[in-house]
Design a protein around this ligand. Sequence first.
Ligand code: APR
Length: 260
Amino acid sequence: MDQARKLVGTARRILILTGAGVSAESGVPTFRGSDGLWRKHRPEQLATPQAFQSDPRLVWEWYGWRRELVGACRPNAAHAAIASLTLANEDARLVTQNVDGLHELALEEAAAQGPSPGMSIDRAAPIRLHGSLFRTRCTGCNDRTSDRHPVDAQSENSLPKCRKCAALLRPDVVWFGEALDPDILRNSMQAAERADVCLVVGTSALVHPAASLPLLTKQSGGVVVEVNTEPTPLTEIAALSIRGQAGQILPDLLGVEPGR
Ligand code: APR
């Protein structure tokens, strides 16, 4: 832990890559853990464009359920520690695979606790690789909108419709088989190449291109530090891999008082 604290503490540029594990202590189910969503549901039935094409009601019912579940969750100490770091250090970037919005909530809470010099919420905002549960995209005109409303998925008629062109809306998330937004991908790859340290927190590192970002840091001469309750495919390339829960490790690792 001392080594990791030193590596992170002395790094000029830090990339933090997070996955579902960072939200596990907030009560958000992971995807592949023992209580994982993909243990109970089949991703090909719920998280692909084909699934939405064949049964938009079923897909919306599931995203409505996730919105409600996640809507009741609060950021934990790991989210708070990352928010404090990205607000205080303009060379710290957060890239997340999570669509739960808890990093954004933690950022608002940290910023509300008083300004620090050079602080900019916009600059500290996470790069969201896979979209957000609380945004929709129009299948007709591609209009994107924030939306935290409960979803009425009783029938196809009741599903959310575009306020501009009345076409069916879909969750603004990246589904399996879909490409990431090219600007978002480019920005996250640049952050990975520029980083001295890539801190990887709570991801099984099985989904690409997210899982290849730490490799980019390593290939560009930086080091990878991993925090996870279990080993992952990244453990072998990590300079340090710390076993434990993110909410317990990150405040100490990032030098942030718990609850601050
Ligand atoms: N602290 C740290 N790590 C944890 C914790 C915790 N409290 N709880 C679980 N983990 C770890 C697990 O050991 C696992 O390695 O978090 C990881 C979660 O892995 P996944 O469930 O596979 O989630 P993730 O890696 O984010 O999935 C990537 O896959 O399903 C798609 O689009 C979805 O963004 C998601 C992507």
